[in-house]
Design a protein around this ligand. Structure first.
Ligand code: F6P
Length: 356
């Protein structure tokens, strides 16, 4: 008997179900003696022993379904060694659940923080494999994560829709796109949607440069300006603050960053300005075709690891090839945008302003 546990952890994204299906279908196809257990709501399911035994039928009809069939939650790594409100030791409880179910392996779909926990469990002796999930595409060790392509489609559609109304009314728009620490979605969607300005967490902006862009466009008779701001867009002044002070400042924000930027622009120009925040729509709905294919490939490779008794890796994409990366290399590292990378340079050559 081959007994495999699966869970999804952290923020959900499109194609999580496609990845779980890829794992399950491969296992059922290759072996007749497979039992799969799905832990409910992320690591919480392992901690509290909440799971369900899944059957082949449970994996039918889910390729195109967004969200996660298992539910998810955030279990911050930095609190892993603190007991639950009931006094349970989280790591010990997860190990006990794994043992009780006599699992041979655990497959975990998660981003950077969740993979850190997966790596800890691997170091504690569990057979763990990670799947690279997140709309943010900020997981170290892989060129792409599933969810990213779907998210940029949605964000781009939002920018496209705003474009028509912005140009009709001659307005300045600030569109806030997901990405707190890392700006892959705003970078890609901003370029795909023809943004005039893209503000990223990795490239602190000078408001004067943004204002000058609006004024230049007005002089050129464009009438409207599209500014794409990452959730974590940061001004040069804020970037110069000590980290603690900056954290305190954003903790006190009553509105998200786009409103703050819009207000600053209004104060500087008096221009009519609007804000659009697509928010969690970027994580919702059906996965795009590319994400379905990639998540399926990831699932097959994870299952191959289980079948071969090989663990401790995250499935990754390197130059559009499916590869394995040691989880220890990935754990807790973010894949930031290099401000001097080719894509940013090309966007600048095209005339997109990053405010630096
Ligand atoms: O899962 C990634 C992400 O969507 C980020 O892009 C975003 O900053 C964050 O999660 C939002 O988190 P929450 O769902 O907890 O509001």
């Amino acid at each position: 008997m081959l007994r495999v546990g699966m869970l999804t952890s952290g923020g959900d994204c499109q194609a999580l179900n496609a990845a779980l299906r890829g794992v399950a279908k491969t296992l059922y196809n290759e072996r007749d003696d497979v039992e799969i257990y799905g832990f409910l709501n992320g690591y919480q399911g392992m901690i509290y022993g909440k799971y369900k035994k899944l059957r082949p039928k449970d994996f039918s009809g889910i390729l195109t379904r967004g969200g996660t069939m298992l539910g998810t939650s955030r279990t911050p790594f930095k609190l892993l060694d603190e007991p639950t409100p009931e006094g349970l030791n989280k790591v010990d409880s997860m190990k006990a659940t794994y043992k009780e179910l006599q699992l041979d392996a655990l497959v975990m779909g998660g981003g950077n923080g969740s993979t850190k926990t997966a790596n800890r469990l691997y170091e504690e002796g569990l057979n763990v494999i990670a799947l690279p999930k997140t709309i943010d595409n900020d997981t170290w060790g892989t060129d792409y994560t599933f969810g990213f392509d779907s998210a940029i489609e949605i964000a781009t559609k939002c920018i496209d829709d705003i474009h028509t109304t912005a140009s009709s009314h001659g307005r300045v728009f600030v569109i806030e796109i997901m990405g707190h620490k890392v700006g892959w979605i705003p970078l890609y969607a901003g370029i795909a949607g023809g943004a005039d300005v893209i503000l990223l967490p990795e490239i602190p902006y000078d408001l004067n440069k943004v204002v000058k862009t609006i004024e230049r466009r007005d002089q050129e008779d464009h009438r409207f300006t599209i500014i794409v701001a990452a959730e974590g867009a940061i001004s040069k002044e804020d970037a110069a603050l000590p980290k603690k002070k900056y954290k305190k400042k954003i903790a006190g924000r009553t509105m998200s960053v786009a409103y703050e930027i819009a207000d600053d622009i209004f104060q500087a120009t008096g221009r009519e300005i609007r804000v659009a925040v697509p928010g969690h729509t970027q994580r919702g709905g059906q996965p795009c075709a590319r994400d379905r294919v990639f998540a399926t490939q990831v699932g097959v490779e994870a299952a191959r690891g289980v079948l071969a008794g090989e663990y401790g890796f995250m499935v990754a994409d390197k130059g559009r090839e499916i590869v394995r990366v040691p989880m220890s290399e990935v754990a807790g590292r973010l894949k930031y945008i290099d401000p001097n990378c080719q894509l940013v340079n090309q966007a600048k050559t095209l005339g997109i302003v990053f405010g630096d």
